[in-house]
Ligand binder design. Structure first.
Ligand SMILES: [Zn+2]
Length: 254
């Protein structure tokens, strides 16, 4: 199993660093300074940058880091990514001999229209698509696309570790409890994540299994979630994509 560590950046971003005691691959290095400090302290050589989408807080460090380390930059083929050398899309396999890890690329439109994730080694680097107990805002894609993208992630093995790009779990849990006050798995998750937060430990990674039990955006087919969404919008909802759309709008105002 490869080692994955968080480098906190800005207010609530994580730059995930995958590697060993010699080499590192960084996911979404929005802040070159924060990552550079981490690499220097541990004397690590940066061998690649992986980006999930074009937002500045995910790609802001690309130019400086790729110049300094001479490393390739992987990113979504359908988006403009600074310093990108390897545009990738659905089904592409990216392999890094130095850290003994490979990942398959998934196209996940919704948050942005070209958003991708990297899945491999039992880990999912999903940028701003799936968060702990929540999901990203739908900026460029459609609600249907985001719902389909999240449904694909829900179909990954339950043990898959979820490395999302932001620490939003506790706020998301408040919303989840509003949607599903009777979900027995939510209080347990809240207690555990609050304990981690008090100790200054990230609530991530979570797992696909935990997200399926607690994340309302992956539970659009659950009768209780459907009922709450219908009650919130005052309409009968039949399709899970409609339920998703109501939940996402509700969360925007929460
Ligand atoms: Zn974003």
């Amino acid at each position: 199993m490869v080692l994955v560590e968080p480098v906190p950046a800005f207010r609530d971003n994580y730059i995930w660093v995958i590697g060993n005691n010699q080499y590192a691959v960084a996911v979404d290095p929005g802040d070159a300074g924060a990552l550079q400090e981490y690499l220097e302290e541990r004397k690590l050589e940066l061998v690649a940058i992986l980006c999930t989408h074009h937002h500045q807080d995910h790609v802001g460090g690309n130019l400086a880091l790729s110049k300094q380390h001479g490393c390739p930059v992987y990113g979504p083929a359908r988006e403009k990514i600074p310093a990108m050398t390897h545009p990738v899309s659905e089904g592409d396999l990216v392999r890094f001999e130095e850290i003994g890890a490979s990942f398959v690329v998934m196209d996940l439109p919704g948050h942005t229209s070209g958003h991708i994730a990297y899945f491999g080694e039992g880990a999912l680097f999903c940028g701003d698509t799936l968060f702990g107990c929540g999901c990203g805002r739908v900026f460029e894609g459609t609600m249907e696309e985001m719902h389909a993208s999240l449904s694909r992630l829900a179909a990954l093995p339950e043990a898959t570790r979820v490395y999302a790009a932001h620490e939003y779990t506790l706020l998301n849990l408040r919303f989840a409890l509003e949607v599903e006050p009777e979900n027995p798995d939510l209080p347990a998750r809240k207690e555990e994540d609050e304990r981690l937060d008090r100790q200054g430990i990230p609530t991530l990674p979570s797992t696909i299994g935990l997200e399926k039990r607690t994340n309302p955006f992956l539970r659009c087919e659950d009768p209780a979630v459907m009922r709450m969404a219908a009650r919130h919008c005052g309409k009968t909802l039949s399709a899970s994509a409609e339920v998703f759309s109501v939940l996402r709008r509700w969360r925007n105002e929460f």
